[in-house]
Unconditional design. Structure first.
Length: 143
């Protein structure tokens, strides 16, 4: 096999040679990737229309049993929101009624408690070591 001449070596590009300084190295050109084409899927059905005040009405109804005043206030807010949207909210109305009734019962119970036991409290405040009789039963202020 004949030896390569200097002219042959010049015509073959050297892969280890750097590009001339006045030219930037060229990246290999590839075709842009194509996204796969799928058949158009039908859309999801629309979300049902929301009913303003519905969730707040449920929360107010539940709280009307545990904390009647707070439950009643939340139920009132829920009922107002529902009425503005032209919707009915039975749970909010029930929360208002239950919250109002239980709040009134708590107030009456508190008044009755202090009225009935006022005499006992007063006796123990006057004489911390004394005793008093209520409904035929003797009580001691010492505990």
């Amino acid at each position: 096999m004949p030896a390569a001449t200097q002219g042959d070596l010049m015509s073959t590009p050297n892969p280890y040679e750097t590009a001339p300084k006045d030219q930037a190295p060229q990246a290999p050109q590839y075709a842009a990737p194509q996204a796969p084409q799928y058949a158009q899927q039908p859309g999801y059905p629309a979300a049902p229309a929301t009913r303003p005040g519905r969730t707040l009405g449920i929360v107010g109804f539940v709280l009307a049993f545990v904390m009647p005043l707070i439950g009643m206030i939340l139920s009132i807010v829920a009922l107002v929101q529902s009425k503005k949207a032209g919707q009915k909210n039975g749970l909010a109305l029930a929360g208002i009624i239950i919250g109002a009734v239980l709040t009134v019962l708590i107030i009456i119970g508190t008044i009755l408690f202090f009225t009935v036991f006022y005499e006992a409290f007063q006796t123990c405040l006057d004489d911390p070591y004394g005793t008093f009789t209520m409904d035929g039963v003797d009580y001691s202020c010492q505990g």
